[in-house]
Write a protein that binds this ligand. Structure first.
Ligand code: WT7
Length: 651
């Protein structure tokens, strides 16, 4: 959606839900917190940072050498110690860190003590393989307990992890591993997905033909089918930890040492390695997890995201563990073996706090209320949403049918780059409105500006910008400071450009309207149009391709590809399928275009720029906007005809 269209689509939402009084009375965030943070935001963050365990306390709070921030930079700490050792030492070793539920139905509980022991053994195993402080380690795993263990083990020994979502293809692994020169790759034999086996180690084998920096590949056994193991390079997880002690000295890390890289799609074909460091990141995720989710000592908390994305890093691993929470991890899909799997899990573990994505909620709506109704969901007391704008209908359905009309719903806006939640209700303080992320969290500076960099008054919309540094902010892009400056800090001086369009109503509530750049959001996954275009043009029969997002009832946006072929090739249904499959193989199945239309010519300006705006109009079946800059107007007429008979397959 373009900002202009979004702004015109003014929301007419008048329903207001004040916090339930009993919830408010006991809430972690109490009145005064916004004022306290606003009075001195650095002191506010420093007080949260002091709740962490420091090996050497910090004396400096913020050094801002725009656009490069350092937080707590003379302090030392270890992320793993904060996530685990601290709780075990404090007598909470027998507390459950994770209820684990595998897709096939295997279940077990993992206490903080067990998690610490497992992490120490694996950390020792990594050290023995030569992994050391300052290295990068790639992790490509299914949602099994070994995944957080691997991340925390890296943190313990001072190696930065770079988790690559298990849905990515071998090529995507190659790009990410080579960009940051990872020395090891941690994976599993296979993973389970809707009863099918996903070939993780085989994908790694394919990738490792082109990743010379990888010295070792460590393989956890999840499914059990035989996989190839290359002598000298590949090591089974159980062998790596075999004979290792459950004691492992943690590295003293500077607050500004790299904790992890997480690659995210931008507007070019090359993904960006977003850098997050130790002290500020932990401060951001620990505080927001406690405040936004109102976490209490006896809560069971479940973030149903994948650890392969930032949501999982911040709100399955680091935030909850640093807060000593008991969480649920579920390996598989919500419809396996049946469409009530999530509700069965909520009932089984008496989940109190549930955090999921609008695309999932819309899918549950489509499946029908009979599935949640089969289960006792009365344990729930708070619901969260993340990943894309949530439409008021989905918000209300979530509140009514999952939350029984009694749970506050928090719509949380943030990004891989922000590390933690930035705009969200605080459930004991904020009056919520279906579809709005309400307003910025304490200490966060936000504005909405127009093209001239003027603040837009309430009632209007524009670009959302962040106006002051925050502890969990990205520290840049791996190996590319220029791109960091250019992408986030060049459009408006002294303001961080988030890349989203947003409107503020007269009460100051924020209504997000989607990306303003060439990035799509499909089922909460950020996908670059350019990446898909490059994948398409790699196919020998493709001359040119343009990709846009189209509104989709379930996934938020769906990928639409317009392809022109070489020579006089007119394409065919089979070729359409082949190209869609080609993209999936190249980038990962979740990037497969839903629609594909062949065209003789793409609509271009006289200077040769593809007019995506027109393509978006065509994809949406809308009246065309201004076509005066178009070089050849017959192209569009033909495309509109073709788009009606486009090649597409519903999955
Ligand atoms: C983009 C960031 C945040 C973790 C998961 C995605 C969109 C995210 C919301 C929300 C409206 C949202 C934005 C943002 N987004 N949450 N609550 N309301 N839009 O992380 O892959 O870095 O994507 O997701 O467009 O820029 P990500």
């Amino acid at each position: 959606m373009t900002t202009a269209q979004g702004i015109e689509a003014l929301s007419h939402e008048h329903r207001h839900f004040p916090p339930p009084p009993d919830f408010a009375a006991k809430a972690n965030a109490q009145p005064g917190i916004y004022e306290e943070a606003e009075a001195d935001y650095q002191a506010f963050w420093a007080s949260w940072a002091r709740k962490l365990e420091w090996m050497k306390p910090f004396t400096k709070t913020l050094e801002w050498n725009e656009p490069f921030a350092k937080w707590f930079s003379d302090g030392e700490l270890n992320a793993c110690v904060n996530a685990l050792d601290r709780h075990v030492r404090g007598g909470k070793g027998s507390r459950i860190a994770y209820y684990y539920e595998g897709e096939p139905g295997d279940r077990w509980t993992i206490t903080y003590q067990q998690l610490l022991d497992d992490v120490c053994r694996f950390a020792n195993g990594l050290r023995k393989l030569g992994v050391k402080k300052g290295d990068r380690v790639a992790i490509y795993m299914p949602m099994i307990p070994e995944l957080p263990v691997a991340m925390l083990a890296c943190a313990r020994i001072g190696a930065a992890h770079s988790v690559i979502f298990g849905g990515f293809s071998p090529d995507s692994i190659v790009d990410r591993v080579n960009d940051s020169q990872c020395v090891a790759l941690i994976t599993a034999d296979q993973g389970w997905r809707r009863g099918k086996k996903i070939a993780l180690k085989a994908n790694c084998d394919e990738a490792m033909k082109e990743t010379p920096s990888i010295k070792h590949c460590i393989v956890a056994k999840r499914v059990g089918d035989p996989v190839e193991m290359k002598e000298g390079r590949d090591v089974w997880w159980h062998d790596a930890i075999g004979g290792q002690s459950a004691q492992c000295e943690p590295e003293r890390m500077n607050a500004e040492d790299l904790l992890f890289l997480l690659y995210t799609s931008g507007t070019t074909a090359k993904p960006k390695g977003i850098k997050h460091t130790t002290g500020g990141y932990l401060t951001g995720v620990t505080s927001t997890h406690k405040l936004v989710f109102d976490l209490k000592d006896d809560d069971v908390y479940w973030c149903a995201a994948d650890i392969g994305w930032v949501t999982g890093h911040s709100y399955i691993v680091y935030g909850p563990l640093c807060n000593g929470a008991t969480s649920v991890i579920y390996e598989g899909t919500p419809d396996f073996p049946d469409k009530d799997r999530l509700w069965e899990i909520v009932e089984r573990y008496k989940v109190n706090i549930l955090y999921t994505a609008p695309t999932a909620i819309r899918t549950f709506m489509k499946w029908g209320v009979e599935y949640p109704q089969k289960h006792d969901l009365s344990s729930l007391r708070l619901l969260g949403s993340v990943g894309e704008p949530i439409n008021p209908e989905a918000w209300m359905w979530y509140r009514d049918h999952i939350g029984g009309g009694k749970c506050p719903v928090v719509d949380t806006w943030w990004q891989t780059e922000t590390g933690g939640i930035m705009i969200s209700p605080l459930p004991g303080l904020t009056t919520t409105l279906p579809g709005s992320a309400t307003h910025p969290l304490p200490g966060i500076g936000v504005d909405i500006v127009n093209d001239k960099n003027e603040s837009v008054p309430l009632g209007g919309g524009g670009y959302i910008v962040l106006t002051r540094p925050w502890p969990s902010m990205l520290r840049g892009i791996w190996g590319d400071d220029e791109r960091y400056k250019e992408t986030y800090w060049s459009k408006f001086p002294h303001k961080y450009l988030a890349g989203d369009g947003c409107r503020r109503d007269h009460e100051g509530n924020y209504w997000f309207m989607g990306r303003i750049d060439d990035v799509m959001n499909v089922s909460g996954h950020r996908i670059s149009t350019t990446e898909i275009e490059s994948a398409l043009v790699e196919h020998p029969r493709v001359a040119e391709a343009a990709v846009v997002g189209k509104v989709d009832d379930v996934t938020g946006q769906a990928i639409v590809a317009f392809v022109s072929l070489r020579g006089s090739d007119a394409g065919s249904h089979d070729l359409g399928d082949e190209l869609r499959k080609h993209v999936g193989e190249k980038l990962g199945k979740f990037t497969t275009p839903k629609y594909l239309t062949f065209t003789q010519e793409l609509p271009k300006t006289r200077s040769g720029k593809i007019m995506r705006r027109l393509l978006r109009d065509i994809a949406e079946g809308r009246m065309l906007g201004d076509t005066t800059t178009l070089a050849d107007s017959s192209v569009v007429a033909e495309l509109q005809e073709r788009a009606k008979t486009e090649v597409h397959t519903e999955e």
